[in-house]
Design a protein around this ligand. Sequence first.
Ligand code: 2PG
Ligand code: MG
Length: 429
Amino acid sequence: MDDPQIESLNAMEVLDSRGNPTLRVEILLSDGTHEVALVPSGASKGKYEALELRDGVKGRYGGRGVLVAVDNVNEVIKPVLLNRSPFDQNDIDTVLIDLDGTRDKSNLGANATLGVSLAVARVAAASRHIPLYKYLSRDPSDKAIMPVPMLNVINGGRHAHGSGDVQEFMIVPAGFSSFKEALRCGAEVYQSLKRILEQKGYSTNLGDEGGFAPALGSNEAAIEILIHAIGVAGYSTEKHCFIALDIAATELFQGNQYVMNQGQTHYSKEELIDYYSSLVKSYPIISIEDGLEEDDWDGWTMLTKALGSEIQIVGDDLFTTNKSRILEGSEKLAANALLTKFNQIGTLTETFQAVEIAQAENWGVIISHRSGETEDTTIADLAVATRAGQIKAGAPCRSERVAKYNRLLKIEDELGADSEYAGTAIYNK
Ligand code: 2PG
Ligand code: MG
């Protein structure tokens, strides 16, 4: 029998976890297989991200509608992809890149191209009756690596107005021998954190990524309450569960300074690096993401020189999953880890290329969600397929976050002895 081909491809506008419009793309193959992909959306976006196309029509979803991107899929992309094989992802993504024809996908919209790219991969895997993580693996015969979850349990910055300046305080349960045990630790710490916040009279309202959003007054207070919650849950910050921060420093950068503590503290980059060094000395912090703003290559090199041998220095807005920026970063020794978000670049193939460059440098790799998410779980499979070793998918709460962790539980269960947990080894490279 001939290989199945793309028989129909349709996009429509649906909602993400913040109640904003996003794209849902569905593909039907000639063998009857059909699959769906949904596109995530960020709030603290990097300047160098591919363009998320929004309609800008004020009277409709406050200008955030995606009907133009939907039309781009249905009117521009669909006619070119009909009757093509879904099995050559590289070929499909090259068609998308060429059809768009811009460096930042601003013609069709990275939300349009990504929705199609993901739906093609998902339907191809389903047609072959192979789990997506296996279909996307470079070498499916290797023992799979289950990623360490980085769980954002205290939300601040753009994700939770009225709480702290640091966008994400994460717990990292690396010191276990399976993903399942690690996630259990994450969930138990999350619940103990909730009780402690309640006891101390803080708000337990949730931010965009399912973490709590209390007004704790300082970064140190947030870290200390996390350490307390880890202990109360019965775990150790030396052995089991560590702390990671996403500063999202571009959001704090004003003029030439970083403004923290409701405008009361102003740091130069040198002072901010010293501040991070003192935090790393005092607390079990193993990773700092976006510690400086996205254009300060020299500052990033200084930061990596100061702390890169002790902890993970992660570039998110700095790299925007963009090959040429990652190469520049490696040349400048500006980081030692990549945060990977496929909607920053707009196709799966380019996402794989970004990860491969980082892995060739022996950098850490984190596959990441966006603050605006959906029920789509592709990033869970992607984390296993790329052997990234780390995934950032929010708190163990709110279904759009938990869906990714639940998918990983299922993958680990399915693989049994054919998988191993990345564990602390990932941070001791
Ligand atoms: C980040 C992300 C995800 P956003 O900065 O790492 O946590 O946030 O999707 O808003 O860019
Ligand atoms: Mg970030």
